[in-house]
Structure formats: C-alpha cells, structure tokens
Design a protein around this ligand. Sequence first.
Ligand code: SAJ
Length: 406
Amino acid sequence: MINVIGLGYIGLPTALMLASKGAQVVGTDYNKELVATLKKGELTFEEKGMPELFKKALEKGIVFTTEYQKTDIYIIAVPTPYDKVSKKIDASYVNKAIETVLEVCPKGATVVIESTVSPGTIDRHVRPFINKKGYVIGEDIHIVHAPERIIPGNMVYELEYNSRTIGADSMEIAEKVKAVYETFCKGEIILTDIRTAEMTKVVENTFRDINIAFANELAQICRSDNMDVYKIIEIANKHPRVNILTPGPGVGGHCISVDPWFLVGDYPGLANIILAARKINDSMPEFVLSRINDIMKENNMTDLSRVGLYGLTYKENVDDTRESPTLQLLESMEKHLAEPLKVYDPWVKRNIVEHQYQDFDKFLNDVDLVVIMVAHKHIKDNMNRLKGKIVYDTKNVCDLEGTYKL
Ligand code: SAJ
C-alpha cells in the first residue's frame, strides 16, 4: 500500500494516477474539509483529465483519510513555503509529515519527498531532524527525493509522459521507488543522489524564469523605442538556435516565481543572472500599471474605476491564483494607496479580491478600459465583446483594431 501525504495540486493527481494503475493507495491530508470533499466524490480543483482519473481511482478503491497509515512506502507532497524576506525555504511541513510517518511506520519504511525543496534542504533540515528524534536514516527509515515536474493545465498527461528524477542514498532504494513510479510513468526515470535531484529541480524552473525574463526585458526595451516585440521575437526565432519565450504581465505560480529565490538565498553573490531575472519578472506588473496610466492619459480617462483587469489566475485555463501577476499588480496598487481596479476571471468562482465580478456582462458594463492579463480560452472566444472598449492586451491575443500591446 502507498500512503500519499498531502492531497494538493501534486499529491492528489499522483495518488489518483497510482491508484488508477492498480496500486492500493490511501491519500492522507490533515485538512478535514478537503478529505470530506474527496470522500463525497468531488474534486478540489479543476484540471483537464482529472474527473476521468478520479473516477478510475475510485473504482480501484482509493481511500481518503486524515490519518497516516502503517505501510512501507510514503509519498510526501506537502507545501514548502519560503520566507519572502530571507528567501529561505520553510521545511517544517515536510518535517512535520516525516515526524508523523515515523510515529506509525514499520522499521525500514521509505519516505519519498516530492515537494520542491531548495538544494541542501534534506541534508541541512530533514536529516538532522530525523537524527535528533533518535532514528537512523538508512536503517529505520529511507529518505528519497523525487521532485515532480507536471505543469498545471496538462498535469494528467505530463504525469504519465514526463521523465523524472529519483534521488536516493542507495541504488537499492532508488530502484524500489522507481518500480513504484514505473507503474504509470512512461518517461525515462533517472536515478541519482538526493543533492543532485534537489538542485536539478530548482535549476529547471530557474532556467525558465531567466528565459521569460529575457523576453520581458525585450518587451520593455521595445516599448521604450516603440518597436513590435512580438514581430522581433517571431523573426529572431527563425534562427535555428534561437528560441525566445513570450513576454507577459509577469510570472506567477508557485514554482517558477519561487524556486529561483532559493538559489539567490543560498548563493548570494553568485546567483547574479538569476537575481536579475527575478527582478525583471517581478517588475512586470508595475510596468503594466504604468502602461495603464499612459493609455488612460492618451484617452483622456481619469477615472481608475473604469479600468478592469481580465484574469486573476497565474496563467490561462487553470483556477490557480498563487502569486499571479494580477494579484502582484493589485498589491502594488495597495502599496501606493490606490483604489484597486475591477477584476473578472471566469475561472475564479469565489471573490478573493475587492471589486471582483462574477458576471462578465456586468464587468464589461462597468469598465471602459479592459486589460487582458490572462489569455483564457473564454476571452479568446469572446473577443468581439470587447468591441467599443479600449483594450490593453498584455498577452497578445486580441486583434481588434486599436488594441494596445504590452
Ligand atoms: N510565462 C510567460 N512567458 C512564457 C511562459 C510562461 O510569461 O513564455 C509565465 C506564465 O504566464 C506564468 C508563469 O510564467 O505566469 C509560469 O508558467 P508556466 O506555465 O511556464 O509554468 P508553471 O509554473 O505552471 O509550471 C512550472 C513548470 N516548470 C518548467 O516548465 C521548467 C512545471 O514543469 C513544473 O512542474 C512546475 O513549474 C513546478 O511545480 O515546479
């Protein structure tokens, strides 16, 4: 039996996938409400392919509970938040989970940590924590790091087809864990040590952050000289060795905008490009704000309350709002004591910010300038509804005449 601890964005799809392939799976989460929802047969977030996967897993007998199970393999996918000031990771959720595992597990059980941790976290925080409790790693318990790589919006597919990394202290344990993941993962499974696995994960997201920052810096350069950044990127990308990403209103989500900070925090003075990239991406919401200001002036608009932000999630066609550029923009307005802008997002069914609308028509009625922050399919399908509005499109999806671009 596999006990998956933490049934969030990563733990839940992983538990469902394992169960759907026939493993006996118990999903554990300390959040009683979440467990009750899953027990009722309802999912806790929207994701392509999840309802079907959930159905299969239920048929195969997956169980949800708040209790940790006695078994020989655990997969931990709990949050690893970081301190916004020190940029250091908070491993306390991981340690708490391991502590509870230790209370129930038989000798020699394996604990797979899927949560992203900064390089060195397991050596610096997890091992000492276990040792202090009087347990011997490698005898009483085996620690493995198998960071996830799935992208929200395409999780189910990527769970099955991405390659993965398994970091362990011994090849024997790595092989044992590989056998578990092999039941559903069709990609290559690389076995390595724990430090390498930790570092690789953070490096992957940092690579992407830096590349997005390059596109965003180009957008700022082109704006300052009134050039079309999209055209320039399109032409440059015809070069066989150039592949510039897409500029946008900022970088959100709980991965790409967070992981690079671990390297900045742990290697101050060495992580220079990484820090610069973070700053550029973090500057984008303010850049958008100053563009809104310019566009308002150009159109003799003075009333901020007639400006509406379309999109509150961190990217298109997901319901995840963590660290989203729109939230960053609203935060920055709050710092300047400005009244927040109106917001609408078809994916966010509960009001989480002030002046948030649940009705697209009402939202459109109440604003003259619409800022497209997220390129949901919904807005692409409803572009004609923006006719007659001033449109500022930060995602390059609107071709109505007169549209302002990033
Ligand atoms: N973005 C741009 N321009 C681009 C691409 C993305 O502005 O060209 C923005 C998006 O709008 C979004 C942010 O960057 O705000 C991040 O989005 P994303 O879709 O690139 O990535 P995430 O955060 O959803 O998922 C990433 C993935 N990592 C990589 O692609 C290296 C995923 O594989 C990881 O599993 C995930 O982080 C994670 O959990 O670490």
